[in-house]
Design a binder for this molecule. Structure first.
Ligand SMILES: [Fe+2]
Length: 220
C-alpha cells in the first residue's frame, strides 16, 4: 500500500491564512485607541487580511472547484456557497473598520473584534472541510502531477505583491522542514529577498535551523 503523503493544495496556504487571521485578531484584541499609529497599523493589517482572504477564495473558485465538479458534480456546492457568505462578511468587516477609523470608540472596536473572531471561527471550520472532503475528492480523482499543475496555474495568476504577502505569513506558519522546502523550490533570483524576510520574521533558533537545512555558508 502506498503510504506517501498526497499532494495537498490546501494545507500550506491554509497554514498561512490561519496564522494571518489569529495574528490580526490578537492585534484587534489589544488595540490602543489613544495611539493613532497603533490604530492605523491594526486597521491596515485587517484590510490586508480581508483582501488576501477574498483573493484566496477566488483562487479556489477559479482553479480548484472546476476540477472538483468535473469529477464529482456538486462536490464544491457547500464551500462555494460559504465563499459567497465570506464575501458578504468581508464587506461588512470593511464597513465596520471604516466606522472605527472615522470615530475610534471602545464599543466600536470591541464589536469589530467580535465580528472578526466570528469570521475567523467560520473560516477555520470551512478550511477543515476543504482539507478533508475536497481533498478526498481530489485525491481519488487526480494524480499528484495534476494537482501540482493546478497549483502552478494558481501561482501564475498571483502578482508579486500578493506573493510577497503570502510568503510573509507562510514562513512563520511553516515547520522547519516546510520552510526549507519552500525556499529550495523558489527560483534562484527570488531566494535572497525571501531569506532576508525569513531572517526578520524568525527567531534565532528557527533561523539557525533554516540556515543548516539550506546549508547557507554566509549569514545574512
Ligand atoms: Fe475556501
Amino acid at each position: 500500500m502506498n503510504t506517501l503523503p498526497r499532494y495537498d493544495l490546501y494545507a500550506p496556504i491554509h497554514k498561512a491564512l490561519r496564522l494571518f487571521m489569529t495574528d490580526t485578531l490578537s492585534q484587534l484584541s489589544r488595540l490602543d485607541l489613544t495611539d493613532e499609529q497603533d490604530l492605523a497599523t491594526g486597521l491596515a493589517q485587517l484590510e490586508a487580511l480581508l483582501e488576501a482572504a477574498s483573493r484566496h477564495l477566488q483562487h479556489e473558485n477559479d482553479f480548484i472547484h472546476p476540477t472538483l465538479e468535473i469529477h464529482q458534480r456538486g462536490a464544491s456546492g457547500r464551500i462555494a456557497m460559504e465563499h459567497r457568505e465570506h464575501l458578504d462578511a468581508i464587506a461588512m468587516l470593511r464597513t465596520q473598520a471604516a466606522v472605527l477609523r472615522a470615530e475610534p470608540a471602545a464599543p466600536t472596536a470591541h464589536r469589530l473584534y467580535r465580528q472578526l473572531a466570528a469570521f475567523v471561527a467560520e473560516n477555520f471550520e470551512h478550511m477543515d472541510v476543504e482539507e478533508t472532503r475536497h481533498n478526498q475528492v481530489l485525491w481519488a480523482a487526480c494524480g499528484d502531477d495534476e494537482l501540482a499543475a493546478i497549483e502552478g496555474r494558481i501561482l501564475a495568476s498571483i502578482d508579486a505583491d500578493e506573493m510577497t504577502l503570502w510568503l510573509r505569513w507562510m514562513l512563520p506558519a511553516f515547520n522547519p522542514t516546510e520552510r526549507a522546502q519552500l525556499i529550495t523550490g523558489l527560483p534562484p533570483e527570488a531566494r535572497e529577498p525571501v531569506l532576508l524576510s525569513a531572517r526578520s520574521l524568525l527567531g534565532d533558533t528557527a533561523w539557525a535551523k533554516l540556515r543548516d537545512a539550506l546549508d547557507l555558508a554566509e549569514p545574512l
